[in-house]
Ligand binder design. Structure first.
Ligand code: HEC
Length: 439
């Protein structure tokens, strides 16, 4: 099998996180209950503004911020405070900007962005000079909680570290990895995956890989070069559980190796934070009719000139004798210079192309499996296009470090075939993939 050495290596994820050293914006956490304002309270927000923050923001920016959010957004004073990432700006100015930022939106995906009506309420409040609220808000406020997603199956396997990760208070941002080996014996199907979040104050997002070999069971800093195997599940706050359709399951046999990667964020420098986050998994001996698989489309032939851009499209034609395959979901993957990734069929009969993934603009902070129900048939051609801009004065090539670049579109599908990597490979060119650079 011509499997790319890097293909399923540690996917670099969010490591360019903007770090906001932020202790003095902390004030809102004392004295603010997050509940509706009282008459004459200068800290109170008008109820329409309060409602937006409590429903869309305080799941993370609550009185005790969660999932790596740097400060509370509970009281008026939280919004008029100077922003720590840019002391020349006030927090409300950053809120207005990030709520409209398509590349790094707040709230972050998969949570829905603010609606035009919500943005207008916020803009009008700023234009009016950010008056304090006068009424007691009916809305309970205080921020909803992000309910952990649920599965329709009953988990029978817990993937957790053998000891908790203890986060040093002077580490702001850290990717930790650990392995779990599960004795499966006779073939089983893995059919559902849901995260089990332990310490939501510091967990930013988590990934589950099926691995080729065992790795340490205690959390150790992830090594970007580790080969991890196919990425089975990704979770960020607000995300869903992963459930395979009834027609398919991921085959497991003998000893199954898994690697879990947890991204931690402790921007506020809290002391003594510990975490044992992992995944609950459903496996079954009642085998589904099909094995599920994952393959990748794209290219590793990447070289983006300094102060320049690159736009590459690669075509792959499925073997003519291949039976139909059903796509379950797709996950585009690039690094921080990516601008666009799209993947679609190229019909020859004049019919509409089917979308197999679109990330435009590409958002490095939003790497999830998107549901997709395309049927692919033998002889079909799929075109995967990646585009980058490189503002730096050094050429950027393919590689696994965050400062390198990638162009993969992962496709989860059934029934499993010998497809694995349909990526233009630098070292051993794949005959059935052909790429053109359009700019
Ligand atoms: C799922 C958790 C989550 C939700 C929901 C969320 N945020 Fe954030 N927010 C974060 C994290 C994590 C950061 C720090 C990383 C970053 O800047 O992207 C952040 C950073 C920010 C910043 C940048 C601060 C700075 O100094 O640069 C602003 C402004 C912000 N959030 C506003 C909002 C607003 C307004 C909402 C609701 C409309 C919201 N956020 C909803 C997690 C969240």
């Amino acid at each position: 099998m011509n499997r790319s050495r890097y293909l399923f290596s540690a996917l670099s994820f969010l490591s360019a996180l903007v770090v906001v050293a932020c202790s003095d914006a902390e004030k809102g956490s004392s004295g603010s209950s997050g509940s509706g304002p009282e008459n004459g309270n200068a800290e109170a927000l008008p109820c329409d503004v309060d409602k937006i923050l409590s429903t869309k923001c305080q799941t993370c920016h609550g009185a005790s911020p969660k999932f790596g959010a740097p400060f509370p957004l509970v009281d008026r004073s939280d919004l008029v405070a100077p922003a720590v990432s840019d002391p020349n700006k006030k927090v409300y100015e950053l809120v207005a900007a990030r709520a409209r930022d398509t590349a790094r939106p707040m709230p972050p995906p998969p949570t829905e962005p603010l609606t035009a009506a919500e943005l207008a309420i916020f803009d009008q409040w700023i234009a009016a000079g950010m008056p304090a609220g006068k009424d007691t808000c009916v809305d309970p406020g205080g921020g909803g909680t992000i309910d952990p997603p649920t599965l329709s199956c009953t988990p029978d396997v817990l993937l957790a570290p053998s000891a908790p990760y203890v986060m040093p208070k002077d580490v702001q941002d850290q990717y930790m990895c650990y392995g779990v080996d599960v004795e499966i014996g006779q073939k089983r199907h893995l059919v559902g995956i849901v995260p089990r979040i332990d310490n939501s104050t510091i967990v930013h997002h988590i990934l589950l890989f099926k691995a080729d070999e065992a790795s340490p069971s205690t959390p150790t800093p992830c090594n970007g070069g580790d080969i991890m195997g196919p990425l089975l599940a990704v979770w960020a706050p607000g995300g869903k559980a992963t459930e395979l359709p009834l027609e398919a399951g991921f085959p497991l046999e003998g000893t199954a190796h898994f690697t879990i990667q947890v991204h931690y964020s402790n921007i506020k420098g809290l002391d003594g934070q510990q975490d044992s986050t992992g995944f609950d998994v459903c496996t079954t001996t009642e085998l589904r009719p099909n094995d599920a698989g994952i393959f990748a489309l794209g290219t590793e032939d990447i070289n983006i000139p300094p102060h320049g851009s690159l736009d590459v499209s690669c075509d792959y034609q499925f073997p003519r004798d291949m039976g139909a395959i059903s796509v379950i979901s797709v996950m585009p993957h690039m690094h921080t210079l990516g601008k666009h990734l799209s993947s679609n069929t190229v019909p020859t009969d004049g019919s509409e192309p089917s979308n197999l993934g679109l990330a435009d603009p590409w958002n490095f902070d939003n790497q999830i499996w998107y549901d997709n129900d395309t049927i692919l048939r033998g002889g079909d051609t799929v075109r995967t296009r990646c585009a980058w801009d490189n503002p730096g004065n050094r050429a950027v090539e393919f590689g696994e470090r965050t400062q390198d670049e990638m162009c993969y579109n992962f496709v989860m599908y059934y029934p499993s075939q010998e497809l694995e990597s349909k990526v233009e490979d630098l070292t051993s060119p794949t005959e059935d993939v052909s790429c053109v650079t359009t700019k």
